[in-house]
Design a protein around this ligand. Structure first.
Ligand code: NAP
Length: 219
């Protein structure tokens, strides 16, 4: 995110302001996962996703008897994706989480290896289903709407934030956590684990505290 807490500009452009060091940091995180999950808005912004490319990271996964790439999962109600996007040519397995009516369409196409028809978006139940498919470690790559839902559902264990040296401003620019917002009295609480400076950026690592009542602005 920018120094003023935005994950992209007010035009919702694909966010590419992180340094090569930040990209390598993200790649290392991705390499540790069984799967990565992101919202339809993020896929529409980038048309692509980050695969594990560093040979040492791929070798490490294989030495642990894991597939070379984590599964790339997109969740979307609209599922209005263009199969010409580079995402659909990238060398990783793709899964889609979408309501049944959209699932029927994509199940008949070769673009996703697995299409999960989700009747009700109850995240603990969905994550439990993914766990049964072997996805024990999952990273949420954004955007803010999806991260807000998972935080509200108490499904986030750790949070990584990179603070980058620019200011984006604007009332409508997305932040790491959007949604309706939490009241300060019912906000998810974090414990700071590490702070590292790398070049002009700061890498923050938090653990989410459990057993804290989380509530929406409207409650
Ligand atoms: N700086 C960074 O590290 C970073 C990382 C990621 C994204 N971004 C930026 O964030 C922006 C996108 O963020 P965003 O908040 O608009 O989008 P987002 O969270 O990626 O996606 C929101 C979309 O996800 C789908 N979705 C969310 N919850 C769902 C649910 N419960 N069931 C089904 N589908 C669900 C819906 O997709 P449909 O609309 O397809 O139905 C919804 O519109 C982009 O501009 C991107 O550049 C920045």
């Amino acid at each position: 995110m920018s120094a003023d807490g935005k994950i992209t500009d007010h035009l919702h452009s694909p966010a590419r302001f992180g340094s090569s060091q930040d990209k390598a940091h993200l790649e290392r995180q991705i390499a540790q996962q069984d799967g990565v999950l992101f919202g339809g808005g993020t896929l529409r912004a980038y048309h692509t996703s980050l695969s594990v490319r560093t040979p040492a990271l791929i070798e490490q996964r294989q030495a642990e008897n894991r597939p070379p790439q984590p599964i790339q999962m997109v969740c979307s109600r609209r599922a209005d994706f263009n199969p010409d996007w580079r995402f659909f040519q990238q060398p990783f397995p793709r899964w889609l989480l979408t309501p049944p009516e959209k699932a029927r369409f994509w199940q008949q196409s070769p673009h996703f290896e697995r299409v999960l028809a989700i009747e009700s978006w109850h995240w603990p139940a969905i994550l439990s289903q993914l766990y049964d498919f072997g996805l024990h470690k999952l990273a949420i790559l954004g955007g803010g709407e999806l991260v807000a839902q998972l935080l509200e559902a108490g499904c986030v264990d750790e949070l990584w934030l990179t603070v980058c040296p620019l200011i984006l401003g604007g009332k409508t620019a997305p932040t790491p956590v959007d949604g309706e917002g939490f009241l300060a009295t019912h906000a998810p609480q974090l414990e700071l684990l590490t702070v590292q400076q790398g070049g002009q950026e700061v890498f923050l690592h938090f653990r989410a505290k459990k057993n804290h009542p989380v509530g929406k602005q409207s409650e």
